[in-house]
Structure formats: C-alpha cells, structure tokens
Design a protein around this ligand. Sequence first.
Ligand code: NAP
Length: 285
Amino acid sequence: MRVVINGSAGQLAGDIIDVLREAGDEVLGFDLELDITDYATVMQEMPALRPDLVINAAAHVNVDDAELKPELSYRVNFTGTQNLALACQKMDCPLVFFSSDYVFDGRKGGAYNEFDGTNPQGVYGRAKVAAERYIQSVLDRYYICRCQWLFGTYGKRNFVKSILRNAREKGELSVVTNEVGSPSYCRDIAEMVVALAKSGRYGIYHTTNSGFCSRYDFAREILELAGMGDVSVKPILYSDLNLPCPRPPYSPLENLNRKLQGFPPARHYREGLAEYVEWLLREGG
Ligand SMILES: NC(=O)c1ccc[n+]([C@@H]2O[C@H](COP(=O)([O-])OP(=O)(O)OC[C@H]3O[C@@H](n4cnc5c(N)ncnc54)[C@H](OP(=O)(O)O)[C@@H]3O)[C@@H](O)[C@H]2O)c1
C-alpha cells in the first residue's frame, strides 16, 4: 500500500510510519513543507503522489493556544482537513483523520462511545467536530479515529515527559485531580489505526488504550515506574490553573465500535506506560 502521511514529524505519525514500514508499506511523509492549509498546493501535490491511503496526522494541538488564536486552530484543524478531504474526493482515496475526546463536554458521568452526541466546549474541540462532519459530508471512505492523552517515542512533548522533567527540575509537582481520561501509548494506537485503515470498515472509532485515571493518578503512576515515587505531588483543581481552554472533566473513550466490528480489545494503558517509561529511562529521557 502506498500511504501519504501529513504531519509526519508529529508524535503519533512517527509510530504510524514505523508500523506501516515494518509491514512493507510504502510511506511518503510530509510535515510543514506540505502545508495542509494551502488549498492550491494540496490539490496539486497530493494527487501527484498517487496514494492508496491518506493519513492526516497534521494538527494544531495546543488547546489553550487555540482559545487565544482561534483562527489558527480552525485553519489547521478544520481547513487543513477540509483540503485533504477534497483532495481525497478528487483522487477517490480513503482518509484517516484524528479527532479527540474534546468533541465531548465530559459531563456525561461515564465513558463516551462513538454513538454519544458531541458537545465541544472550546475552539480545538469545535474545529475537530467541524472537520469530522466535513469529512463525512464529502467522503464515503474515511476513518475518524478519536484519540486521547497520547504518549510515545516521537514528537516534542507529552505528559509523561513533562512529569519526569518537572520532577527532576523542581522536586515537587502540582497535578489536577478533576480531569479523567484514557492515557494512550502511540505504538498501540498506531497498530490499531493501521489495522483499521487496511480493513475497509470505514467509520468513526475511539482509538485509545483501555483503563482510565485522573491526571493526578497518572502522574503518580509515572513517578512510581521511574523510581521517583518519593516526589511530592500536590492535588489541585483545573480551576486553580486559570487555563483558557475548558477541559472535559470526565471523558474516557470506550472503544465500542472497534468491539462491534470484531477488532481485538486494546491493552491496558499501564502495560504501554511501563514499556514507555523503561524506554525513556534507557534513553536518558
Ligand atoms: N497528543 C494528544 O494527546 C492528542 C489527543 C487527542 C487527539 N490528538 C490528535 O491526534 C493527532 C496527532 O497528534 P500528535 O500529538 O501526534 O500531534 P503533533 O505531535 O503536534 O504532530 C502534528 C504535526 O503536524 C505539523 N503541522 C502543524 N501544522 C501543519 C500544517 N499546516 N501542515 C502540515 N503539518 C502541520 C506539526 O508541526 P509543528 O509541531 O511544527 O506545528 C507537527 O509536526 C492530531 O490530530 C491531534 O489533534 C492528539
């Protein structure tokens, strides 16, 4: 399979590229040098690449920045995706798109599945919902994969790296208790997404590891695994941080559609986390 992946320098893209190459697929990766927000470039360059599959892993992921610069967020997360969807329509090619638990308000009181209605509370979530709807309006062949709390070997930053860095530099941490979700190991998510993208079973999928926890409990688990369990972690509330973007307070994603379509269940995030922290410590991260 010949796969074009946009946002190829990103965290999740790195593992997807590895999984595809290990399976013998041909991967053409592009990051900012193929600006997905540039309609003319996308419509000219994407068809010339003759992909069998397009994976849009390009995004503006900073949810607080999105509140301060909404136009930038909508441009990358909505318009960029719109451009790739139009290119896929022209090429008659399936598209993989990554969405988020931020499409939900987090007030359901339980995990969200793919049949729950969306109600985004911030710019990033609204851009993702708009992109999901646009894809569904122009393409028959799409995989909308909603992810959450990613950590992996590629990319610039993630929660696990930040916790370990802050623990080393500051010796104590403050972490929120009132945000609950499903941490997800990029290698596991990459394997899931590639299996989906080769299945022909188009649709919306929640693609996370199983299990869920609060940010606070996640931080404690990370420190324990890294042998830094003695670092003090002060429990705080999101409101203490005065951040511009409202977080969904309780938004674990249940992978119900994957189950309905007969895909194997995801492993628990703790298994991926243990592997990942071991790798980070080996790499000196
Ligand atoms: N990370 C999470 O916890 C999380 C949670 C839920 C959903 N998701 C979704 O999962 C997907 C992958 O996330 P990720 O964490 O792997 O993201 P990431 O590491 O930020 O990767 C995104 C890549 O896209 C690039 N990019 C930005 N604007 C672009 C443009 N106009 N044209 C081409 N490339 C552009 C970025 O470059 P720069 O870095 O230089 O801007 C970056 O290399 C995204 O759709 C994200 O919204 C992520």
